[in-house]
Design a protein around this ligand. Structure first.
Ligand code: NAD
Ligand code: UGA
Length: 460
């Protein structure tokens, strides 16, 4: 059997655990990297070429290391016992019950993992928080783990993940920074160096930043809050643009050219989605409230409120413009994923739009290149006959009164909109929730076009 220099384990084979460990295994062939999960189906999928998540370049990355030094398993206890370094990347959703429901992080998976680690370990280990967690969770983890009478020491570090879905492989290959938070003790510094050494195999040293544990935990929440805040800021301006005939694309270009502001993350949309922004901001809000920082909590909460407003506003424009009723009208939703290049639909704005249209008794036809299976699961409780799933966008639009573009898939730009127009009911509407399409061209074809934050192009 081959001897590896180090044995690394990741608990949680999801959107973060799978890709990050695949990258570590690919760049560090001398380390054995094992990924475990309680979900046997997920683990089975990681062992095939039909991976459980879609990310450009991920299959190639996984295949480059799988079976060599990258392994997927459900034997969690054995893997824990074998490993020297354990990354924990389980989900940390928003709590839906009890104290803090709707805001606080639900740490039950996290704590269960800590107890499993404790039970299965027979030697000292480095535990790395990869999941996004409330600030000071490492302290709780350390208390649970080190309350053992077996003389085993667990050193807990924070190494939050900053990858974005759809670009996970790229982000892992060339991260803006890697952050490692540790205690300022001899054990803490040794553990920190061990983690830094892993990344230093492919990440330039100057991009590997170290800090104390609490700063690392809080930096992750703050980074997501700042990113989401930019989107809510530009989306709030889009509402004003629509009232004043200003064009949000021009505004965003003009302000983004100020190097102090920067141009990234200023793309207007139907609202931000994804499994993390709302969850992490609400978690930040809850933490602020629990320290009595109510003004700070309200400030960050407004980022989420504006996002909810943007989604509501989008559907309201649709119903208003379609003669105040969408009842029994077929409406094609182009895109259901929360962003392009992923099949993930968690907290997708498309889900809110679909549900509101269903409430208005529309017949919603959902099309997406990668997210239809998730969309079906998300809308499994929809009333019969109200939702249709159709992979082919041309068939989705056939007989529809309107198209709502909700995910910025590149393929939607290249569709033959003349052909689509011909197959639709008239008047035909396009509501572009991503400002992706050529609005003038659509108008010339005969559509009434409603972008976000720009004057509409209405047929008379
Ligand atoms: P995910 O739901 O895709 O994956 C989590 C996995 O953990 C699941 O497969 C689940 O079965 C497994 N799991 C739960 N409890 C377990 C246990 N006790 N033992 C073994 N496995 C267990 O979640 P994700 O998107 O990978 O997110 C994980 C964490 O990373 C979250 O805290 C999230 O906030 C953070 N994060 C996510 C992203 C992202 O792009 N999705 C980016 C950065 C950080
Ligand atoms: C985001 C962060 O970008 C990652 O750094 C972080 O690691 C991750 O959350 C996480 O913690 O889970 P992700 O949600 O995968 O990544 O994708 P983003 O590219 O950030 O997009 C989030 C949402 O904002 C999408 O719905 C996207 O369409 C929307 N968005 C993004 C806009 O509406 N406008 C923009 O300018 C950018």
């Amino acid at each position: 059997m081959r001897q590896f220099e180090k044995r690394i384990l990741c608990i949680g084979a999801g959107h973060v655990g799978g890709p990050t460990m695949a990258m570590i295994a690919a760049r560090c062939p001398q380390y054995e990297v094992t990924v475990v999960d309680i979900n046997a189906e997920r683990i089975r999928a990681w062992q095939t070429d039909n991976l459980p998540i879609y990310e450009p370049g991920l299959l190639e990355l996984v295949r480059s290391a799988r079976g060599r030094n990258l392994f997927f398993s459900t034997d969690i206890e054995e893997a824990i016992d074998d490993a020297e370094i354990i990354f924990v990347s389980v989900n940390t959703p928003t709590k839906t019950f009890g104290e803090g429901a709707g805001k606080a992080a639900d740490l039950q998976y996290w704590e269960k993992t800590a107890r499993t680690i404790l039970d299965a370990s027979r030697a000292n280990k480095i535990i790395v928080e990869k999941s996004t967690l409330p600030v000071r969770t490492a302290r709780a983890m350390e208390r649970i783990l080190n309350a053992n009478h077996r003389n085993i020491h667990f050193e807990v570090l924070s190494n939050p993940e900053f990858l974005a879905e759809g670009t996970a492989v790229e982000d892992l290959e060339s991260p803006n920074r890697v952050l490692v938070g540790s205690s300022d003790t001899p054990e803490g510094r040794a553990a920190r160096n061990a983690i830094v050494d892993i990344y230093a195999h492919w990440v330039p040293r100057e991009r590997i930043v170290t800090s104390n544990v609490w700063s690392a935990e809080l930096s992750k929440l703050a980074a997501n809050a700042f990113l989401a805040q930019r989107i809510s800021s530009i989306n709030s301006i889009s509402a004003l643009c629509e009232k004043t005939s200003a064009d949000v694309a021009e505004v965003s270009r003009a302000i983004g050219m100020d190097s102090r502001i920067g141009g990234g993350f200023l793309k207007v949309s139907v609202g931000f989605g994804g499994s993390c922004f709302r969850k992490d901001i609400l978690n930040l809000v809850y933490i602020c409230e629990s320290y009595g920082l109510d003004e700070v909590a309200r400030y960050w909460e407004s980022v989420v409120s504006i996002n909810e407003y943007q989604k509501r506003r989008f559907v309201k424009t649709m119903t208003n413009e379609m003669f105040n009723t969408v009842a029994d009208k077929r409406i094609a939703l182009l895109g259901f994923a929360f962003k392009k290049d992923t099949g993930d639909t968690r907290d997708s704005p498309a889900l809110v739009v679909a549900r509101r249209l269903i409430e208005e008794r529309a017949i919603v036809v959902i099309s997406d290149p990668k997210a239809l299976a998730n969309a079906r699961a998300d809308l499994s409780d929809a009333p019969p006959g109200r939702v249709v799933f159709e992979q082919d966008p041309y068939l989705a639009a056939r007989g529809a009164h309107a198209i709502a573009l909700l995910t910025e898939w590149d393929a939607y730009r290249a569709l033959d909109y003349e052909k689509i127009f011909d197959s639709m009911e008239k008047p035909a509407f396009v509501f572009d929730g991503r400002n992706l399409l050529d609005h003038e061209a659509l108008y010339r074809i005969g559509f009434s076009v409603f972008p976000i934050g720009k004057p509409p192009l209405k047929q008379s």
